[in-house]
Design a protein around this ligand. Structure first.
Ligand code: FMN
Length: 213
């Protein structure tokens, strides 16, 4: 999609109306509709999202991550299981991911329980990463305090010598999957009268409601 086409999409999106009747009955399809549009554009980091977690003391934290896969099972990202987010998810599996695509004035919020993906799935994804980013996963004890940058560079070189060709998956590194229970699609509109459509998982299907902006 070139910039002119994206500008047309922007104009279209600003006119777009979301309603309980117009959205797809399945929030995964509604997500795919918006996500495919953003992926087709030259948008910077279209897959970037905020992940919010909370500790067992109920203190929240948030950080940016990249969405690596999604399907009817849920939304997958990869990280270090010993990181702050990993520890918080170990204590409290409830989480929330949030996408914001400013040029299209769109926000998507997805809430649910988060669980580790199967080791084979992490292994398959790890193999797709570059040699150096695989080494990076070994070199960084993510979220730990370090004295200086030298510490991490030394670790990187250590693993570079250790794993000359193949870099195995570290046992503390892998994927998480958020299994959606609630979605909210937000479309910015004029006069701050934005459209907000909420989906709540029910026994068979999804309840769809409009929220006040
Ligand atoms: C755009 C962007 C994408 C990022 N993607 C990832 C990611 O996919 N996985 C990851 O572990 N950290 C990623 N990070 C770094 C995280 O934001 C964060 O610093 C790191 O995961 C440690 O978070 P924690 O201490 O809360 O566990 C990304 C940062 C930015 C700005």
């Amino acid at each position: 999609m070139n910039d002119k086409e994206f500008q047309d999409l922007e104009k279209e999106a600003s006119k777009e109306k979301l309603s309980v009747n117009s959205v797809d009955k399945n929030p995964l399809n509604q997500f795919k509709l918006w996500y495919d549009e953003i992926l087709k554009s030259d948008y910077v980091e279209p897959t970037a999202m905020t992940l919010a977690t909370a500790s067992k003391e109920r203190k929240p934290s948030a950080r940016m991550l990249l969405l690596k896969a999604y399907d009817q099972k849920g939304y997958v990202f990869y990280t270090n299981y010993n990181s702050r987010k990993g520890k918080e998810l170990g204590e409290n599996p409830n989480g929330c991911i949030l996408f914001y695509w400013d040029r299209l004035k769109r926000q998507v919020r997805i809430e649910g329980k988060i669980e580790k993906v199967a080791k084979e799935e992490s292994e398959a994804y790890f193999k797709t990463r570059s040699y150096k980013s695989r080494l990076g996963a070994w070199a960084s004890n993510q979220s730990s305090v370090i004295e200086s940058r030298t510490v991490i560079v030394k670790e990187f070189l250590k693993y570079l010598l250790k794993f000359r060709t193949d870099v195995p998956l570290p046992e503390y590194w892998g994927g998480y999957r958020l299994i959606p229970e609630v979605y909210e699609f937000w479309q910015g509109r004029e006069n701050r009268l934005h459209d907000r459509i909420k989906y709540t998982k029910e026994k068979d299907g999804w309840k769809i409601e409009r929220l006040a902006p």
